[in-house]
Design a binder for this molecule. Structure first.
Ligand code: URA
Length: 227
């Protein structure tokens, strides 16, 4: 922490250090900072830890069941998400909902959806490494609060942003990885499937169908074990 930040802890108006969290990416967000997703969402909506805070309409925190056993992590909000404050509500989101529906998974019951970055990057560019790093502690807190058994990482940014794994998504998709004691599976990003509509054997959509069935089986297995 820089001495400016340390000194700012002396300010009467910010006697509670957590009030400084949304102001600067150098201020850590330790595990256990948030007791409720609503407190985290409030900080995200005030957040200026990176430049993306300047251009957002809404921070996009999450949607779905806060006690879900499956969490899906995307990249960053697009235009529709920025407008509504909800993740995956544009074309990619509609396809994601259909993929989940195909194996009877719903955001009401089974799934919580969040992103690596909570604010929309201009022109939907990929978030920079420093933007991802500034926002990552919020996602780590979301994971702690939801406590999912399975995390699905959609696309290379989500995979690299959370786990640091640099292998290409085409190579690694469909494989179970262990990250901090949780089962994770990298899967294609739905926007990639929108650009590759073929359903032929071996196509990205066909591979997604294999992956989501594997997720459904693992989920059933986990639920049986805990029943
Ligand atoms: N793409 C993402 O990765 N996340 C969203 O919320 C929307 C589109």
């Amino acid at each position: 922490m820089s001495s400016d930040i340390q000194l700012s802890l002396f300010n009467e108006s910010s006697s509670n250090p957590t009030e400084l969290i949304p102001t600067d990416a150098k201020i850590p967000i330790p595990a256990g900072t948030y007791n409720q997703m609503s407190e985290l969402a409030q900080h995200c909506n005030q957040c200026q830890r990176c430049e993306l805070g300047k251009t957002r309409t809404h921070a996009v925190v999450g949607r779905g069941n806060l006690n879900a056993q499956i969490m899906i992590v995307g990249e960053a909000p697009g235009q529709h998400e920025d407008e509504t404050g909800l993740p995956f509500v544009g074309r990619s989101g509609q396809l994601l909902d259909k993929i989940l529906e195909s194996v009877n998974l719903t955001t009401e019951e089974d799934v919580y959806i969040a992103n690596i970055n909570k604010c929309r990057p201009p022109n939907n560019r990929v978030p920079t490494p420093s933007e991802m790093a500034a926002c990552l502690p919020y996602l780590l807190e979301q994971i702690r609060l939801v406590d999912p058994k399975i995390i699905l990482l959609t696309g290379a940014t989500a995979l690299k942003g959370l786990t640091g794994e640099k292998q290409g998504i085409t190579k690694i998709r469909g494989q179970w990885l262990e990250w901090q004691g949780r089962l994770c599976m990298p899967i294609f990003h739905p926007s990639y499937l929108l650009r590759n509509p073929s359903k032929e054997k071996g196509s990205p959509k066909w591979l997604m169908w294999q992956d989501i069935q594997a997720v459904r089986s693992k989920y059933d297995e986990i639920r049986q074990q805990s029943a």
